[in-house]
Design a binder for this molecule. Sequence first.
Ligand code: SF4
Length: 682
Amino acid sequence: MSYCTSRFHTVRRPTLEVRIGQVGVGGSNPIRVQSMTTSDTQDVATTVKQSIALAEVGCEIVRITAPNVQAARCLKDIRAQFSAAGFVRIPLVADIHFLPAAAMEAVEHVEKIRVNPGNYADKKKFAVKEYTDADYDQELQRLHDSFSPLVLRAKALGRSLRIGTNHGSLSDRIMNRYGDTPLGMVESALEFLRIGESHGFNQMILSMKSSNPKVMIEAYRLLVDRMNQAGMRYPLHLGVTEAGDGEDGRIKSAIGIGSLLFDGLGDTIRVSLTEDSVYEIPVAQALVKKAMSLWAPQAGDRKTESTPDRIDPFHFSKRATTALTLAEGCVVGPEQPPRVIVRTTLAELSDPKSENKKQKSNDTPAEGLLVSIASVADLGALPPSIPADCFLVLELAHSLSVADVQAALADWRGSVVILRAFTADEAETLRAFTQFIRAHGHHLAAATTDDDLALLVPTLRELGDDRLLFTLNSGLSVLSSQLSNHLHPTGRYRALVDALATIGSHAPVWIRNTSATTVAPEISFLSRLLDASILTGTLLCDGLGDLVSIETEADFTRATKLSYNVLQGAGARISKTEFVACPSCGRTLFDLQATTQRIRAQTGHLKGVKLAIMGCIVNGPGEMADADFGYVGGAPGKINLYVGKNCVQYNILQAEADGRLIALIKEHGKWTEPSSGTTTKP
Ligand code: SF4
C-alpha cells in the first residue's frame, strides 16, 4: 500500500520532527492535541483566558487567528501574558488567511504560522480561466516571491510553518488546473512545500482539511503517497473542518481523523466542533489514546507482504455485491444504502407495546432486529412474526442445531437471517445451515475470520453467494494479545473482505460494532461513538460494508440513531438535514453556536438538504460549494445567503436572515412542513 505501511496494523508513518517552540511534532513524539481560540484576537485578555482554559484541559498547541496586522501585533502581548500565567511551554500558532503582512508580523511573536495556500498569494473568485504552462509558471514565481520572506524569517527565528490546505478555499489557479479535488489540494500544498525546501527549510507540517471525511481521507492518503515518492517525511496535522456540533461533529471527526490515525498517519490533530473549544479536547484525547494504543512495530506485518490491494485508496468506489432481499422493500447490495440492524431482546421482541415495534412512525427505523438465541427455549419464545418491512436476525449459540432452528421456524412468516460463527473445522455445519436456509427462503450471516474463511473455501464455492452474507466473528477479540498479527478492527474487516475477494465471493458484508471491535475502551458513550464511527466510517469510506449494527450501545433508540448518524457522517446514507458549520474563531461575525442551533431547530426535518453555516467568508463559499444553501457572516450584524456557491442576498440584517433563508429554501422547492414532533429542539 503506497500511502501507509499496512492497512491491517497501525504502523506509524516515520516523519521528521518539527519543533513548535518546546513541543515536538512527528518523529518519536506522541500525537499532539491542538485547538483554537474563538475570541477577537485584539481582545487580548479574553484570548489569553481562552488559551489558558484550553491548556488547562490538555491542549498542547493553541492556535489564534490573525486576520490583520493589528491582530498579529496583539500576539506579542498574548504570548507574554500566556507565558507569565505559567504556560511558557505551550506554543501559540497564528492562523493566517489572505495577508502575508499579518504573517510577517505574527512570526515575530509566536512559535508557528499556519498559512492557507489557497489564499496566501492567490485569490478565490470561482473565476474560470485557461492557464498555459507559461502562465502557470509565472504564477508559481509570484507565489515564490510572496511566500519566501515568511520562510526566511521563520528559518531565522526558529519558527515552524503549517501549510494548511482547505478543500473549500483552493485558489482559482489550482481549481482551474486540477479541479475541486484531493489532487488539487495536494498540489496546492506541494507548491508551498517546494518553496520552503528551496530555502533549505524543513520545519513544515501539512494538513488537508475538508468538511467531507471521504474527501479529507483521500487527500491525506494522496499527499502521503506523493511525499513518499519524493522522499519527503513531513508530519501531518489532521482535522475535519466545519464538522458541526454534538454527535454529528464528533462522528465526522472520528471518521476522518480516526481512519487516518489507525492507518498510522497523523502527528497532531484538531477536532473542530461548533462548541466551546474546550469541549474539543476530550474528543481529541480519546482519539489519540485509541490510535496510540494500536501502534505496532514495523516488522511482522505479514498481511502487507502477502495481500494485494483490493481497493483504490485514492478514489471511492463501492464494493460490488450480490443483491439480497431481506424483508419487504429492504434489499441489501448494489445501489442500496447500508441497512441498519439493532440489537434487542426476546422480551422486547415479543412485547406488542415494545419500542422496537414503533418503527413505522420513525423516519429512521431499525431495518433488522438482532436477538441472541442461547437455547431451544429461546427459540420457542420467538413471536409469530415481526413487521413485514423488518427482518429478524437470530444470533445462534453453537449448541443449537439446524433441526432445532427448523422446528422453531416451521410456522414463521417472512425472512430470517441466521447469524452463526463458523470456524475452519465446521465445513459440514456450514453446509447443513446453508442447505436449510436455501430450502426455506432464509439467509445466513456467516461470522468468521479471514483465516477461517480460507479453510471453508471448498464449501463456500459449492454453495454460492445468493443467500449468504459475512461478518467478523465477534467472539474473537480483534485486539487480543494472543493474536500474533495484532490487527486493528478495520484491518480485521479489510482482511475478511480481501479473503472474500480471493474466493470470488460478492456476498454482502455486515459491519458489527461489538465489544470485540472496541479500542482502548472506556465506559462512556463518547468512547462507543468514536469506536463505531472509526470502524464503520472507515470501511464505508473504503467502499466496504452493506449492513451496520452498533451493538456496543445497549439502548435501542440510541443505537438506532447512532447508526443512522454514522452512516450520514460517512456520506453513505442521508436520513436528515446535513449541516456544515464552522467551529468559529476570532473572525466570526455572529454567535455561531446559537445560530446553528436555531437554524437546526427550524430546518432539521429537511431530509437530504445540505445547509452551511459559516462565521465568515474565509472558507465559507468554497467549503459549502456542495451545500444547497449557505448562511455566511458578511459583516458585523449582516449575513450573506448563498444558493450553492452563489451569493444571492448580500448584507441582510441578521434578525431577518432566518426567515429569508427559509423563504429561499421554499423558493427552490426544497421545503417540506415539519410533521408534528419532528422539529429538533434547540
Ligand atoms: S469560516 Fe469560521 S472558523 Fe473559518 S475563519 Fe471564518 S469564522 Fe473562523
